[in-house]
Design a binder for this molecule. Structure first.
Ligand code: CDP
Ligand code: MG
Length: 137
């Protein structure tokens, strides 16, 4: 079994899509280990997305992710990182496959409803950003 971090992003929380998104995640075979709803400030968003700090979209991304409530979810499944990337689809909802969360609920390449970790190493770092290890057992 391995872990990944999902975040239901502010746009999806705001449009009341969280329930439908969680249903899709569970139907795809992921076990929810931890879940919370919170608002992060801009500097926390900046730390979470530090890997993108040189990218042209970084400032807008930090504004977006700190602009409303988010729902981080720690997930477990075999091959969790790659399988979850398939469930969410391409970064750009227009390019995402039919039935993926981003195709169903995303608005644009920037405002795309959900986050998924991109490697086991980053999943571990991202999960501790939002959860204490003791909460997840
Ligand atoms: O989220 P994902 O791993 O698919 O994409 P990323 O390249 O790691 O980018 C992180 C987030 O930055 C995306 O999910 C988008 O919200 C945003 N982004 C953007 O606004 N414009 C881009 N050209 C690429 C990403
Ligand atoms: Mg990424």
């Amino acid at each position: 079994m391995s872990k990944t971090l999902a975040i239901i992003k502010p746009d999806a929380v705001e449009k009341n899509a969280a329930g439908a998104i969680i249903e899709k995640i569970q139907s795809a075979g992921f076990k929810i280990l931890g879940l919370r709803m919170l608002k992060i400030d801009r500097s926390q968003a900046g730390v979470f997305y530090e890997v993108h700090k040189e990218r042209p979209f970084y400032n807008d991304l930090c504004d977006y992710m700190s602009g409303g409530k988010i729902i981080p979810i720690a997930l477990e499944k075999d091959n969790a990182v790659d399988d979850f990337r398939k469930v969410i689809g391409n970064t750009d909802p227009e390019q995402a496959e039919v039935g993926t969360i981003r195709k169903l609920f995303g608005t644009s390449k920037a405002v795309n409803a959900i986050h998924g970790s991109d490697s086991d190493e980053n999943a571990a770092k991202e999960i501790v950003f939002f959860f204490n290890a003791s909460e997840l057992v």
